[in-house]
Design a protein around this ligand. Structure first.
Ligand code: FES
Length: 106
């Protein structure tokens, strides 16, 4: 089995309101944003292009949420909208170009 070209992990953590760390779900991420990623992943048949995606628990960068990290490049994204997800899929996963405007340093 070969290693994926890109392996993306997207935080899907949810915490109660008022939790001191907050969470990606309360900042507009969570399941709806992951569902969009999965929808685009399937539509573009990215598994055939060596891309793998997975939901993750807290990645430790809650202040930047919602967050996604892409390996092996170790690129950290903070996508806020469906359009941001669409751009990451098109630019990074299909064309190999990092979407700089959505990158943050953990
Ligand atoms: S809750 Fe998403 S990074 Fe911590």
């Amino acid at each position: 089995m070969s290693s994926p070209k890109y392996h993306a992990f997207m935080c899907n953590t949810s915490r109660p309101d008022g939790h001191p760390r907050g969470c990606c779900t309360s900042k507009g991420g969570g399941q709806p944003l992951f569902d969009r990623l999965m929808q685009k992943f399937q539509a573009a048949m990215l598994w055939d292009k060596g891309v793998s995606i997975a939901q993750a628990s807290c990645l430790g960068t809650c202040n930047a949420g919602p967050v996604m990290v892409v390996y092996p490049e170790n690129v950290w994204y903070s996508p806020k909208t469906n359009e941001d997800i669409d751009e990451i899929v098109k630019s990074h996963f299909r064309e190999g170009k990092v979407v700089e405007r959505l990158v943050f340093t953990p």
